[in-house]
Design a protein around this ligand. Structure first.
Ligand code: PGA
Length: 249
């Protein structure tokens, strides 16, 4: 059975002081959340230290990161390695987010390298896939996300593939308030689950304008095992409410 995961992707938001403030308000609210729901927060690198200290006494919330380099060390100015992230207790890393593919030249090939490095270090990649509006309108959404999934998992056997998390994030739904219909998202996510062997028990998250008032529609769907949440993860009360509403029997 895939586990339900709700992961907050803070993107380039929150200073250290704001991070501390968030966790002071958020952590007490997570006591109401069912223990089988995995809560991940992925702050910017500069907030990992503060977040790690806050979560040290509160293992209910797991620390994530938004990116990583595929090499473990080297002359890569401005980059960060998996072991540097592990110093802060990071256990999940988002790879291939559409903003990184779009603005920072992230390629299917580098996503694949990052996935392999993370798995080799026991860190779970959250692999983001998704189509543009133009691809959707041209009837290419399915082919696009299936191709991204296959490329991200290239060279892994079914057992290794079973250790990833995948996030389906239609690019046109990210930060736009124009969320993808839950039934349609579920359909595409079913194709992702069957894209390669080994994904039967993998958590597949929906991302793209997930809010407290629409999250339940997604969690009711068979192939949707939680959410990757941007804007709505920044407010502690709103994010806690969203997580509670993501609970589904
Ligand atoms: P959003 O972002 O929830 O603000 O649409 C989701 C994401 O980019 O992961």
């Amino acid at each position: 059975m895939p586990r339900t995961i709700v992961a907050g992707n803070w993107k380039m938001y929150k200073t250290q002081a704001e991070t501390r403030e968030f966790f002071d308000a958020f952590l007490p609210l997570t006591h109401q959340v069912r223990s089988d729901i995995v809560i991940v927060v992925a702050p910017p690198f500069t907030s990992l230290h503060v977040a790690h200290s806050a979560l040290h006494r509160h293992p209910r919330v797991i620390l994530g990161a938004q990116n990583v380099h595929w090499e473990v060390q080297g002359a890569f100015t401005g980059e960060i390695s998996v072991s540097m992230l592990q110093d802060f207790g990071v256990r999940y890393v988002i790879v291939g987010h559409s903003e990184r593919r779009m603005y920072f030249n992230e390629l299917d090939r580098t996503v694949n390298l990052k996935v392999k490095t993370l798995l080799a270090h026991g860190v779970t990649p959250i692999i983001a896939v998704g189509e543009t509006l133009a691809e959707r309108e041209a009837g290419q959404a399915e082919a696009r996300v299936v191709a991204q999934t296959i490329a991200a998992l290239d060279g892994l056997d079914a057992g290794q593939a079973g250790n990833v998390v995948i996030a389906y994030e239609p690019i046109w739904a990210i930060g736009t308030g124009r969320n993808c219909d839950a039934v349609e998202a579920n359909r595409v996510m079913g194709l992702i689950r069957n894209a390669v062997p080994g994904l039967q028990d993998v958590s597949i998250l929906y991302g793209g304008s997930v809010k407290p008032d629409n999250v339940a529609e997604y969690s009711e769907q068979e192939n949707i095992n939680g959410g990757l949440v941007g804007g709505a993860s920044l407010d502690p009360n709103g994010f806690a409410e969203l997580i509670e509403r993501a609970q589904h029997d």
